[in-house]
Write a protein that binds this ligand. Structure first.
Ligand code: CO
Length: 136
């Protein structure tokens, strides 16, 4: 239970796998006019956040070829990597995913690039989309 009213699921960010962050960043920042915010590295990726209203775009550049983003880019090229949904209660949502038969990549939530608790769901269970759940 929380002492705040439920806010409902929203798109927290969209993760874009890029080959070279410094090359594509000026397009989003200078041409589309999005404000850059620093984010921590996560899962072997260097990450830059760009404010898009209530959501973020995260540009993910692999630090090593063995990282998840490195493997993704090698296999499929740059593109949309994952969608992150912020949910009111990540523990409850993750438990309901498991009960529903959704394959999870994180059995329990862990800390993500924004310093929030997150958990990934396997795309095989979600119509081919890598989904990240996040607390608000
Ligand atoms: Co993410």
């Amino acid at each position: 239970m929380t002492d705040t009213a439920p806010r409902g699921t929203r798109i927290a960010h969209i993760g874009l796998a890029v080959t070279t962050l410094d090359q594509i960043l000026p397009f989003y920042r200078d041409i589309l006019g999005m404000t850059e915010i620093p984010l921590d590295d996560a899962d072997g990726a260097r990450i830059t956040g760009l404010i898009a209203g209530e959501s973020l775009v995260e540009l993910l550049e692999a630090r090593t070829p063995e990282s998840p983003v490195g493997k993704f880019v090698a296999r499929r090229g740059p593109g949309i990597h994952h969608i992150c949904f912020a949910v009111d209660d990540i523990d409850d949502t993750l438990a309901r995913c498991k009960a529903f038969g959704v394959r999870v990549l994180d059995e329990i939530p862990r800390i993500g690039a924004e310093g929030k608790r997150i958990a990934f769901l396997h795309p095989a269970s979600t119509a081919g989309v890598l989904i990240e759940l996040s607390e608000y």
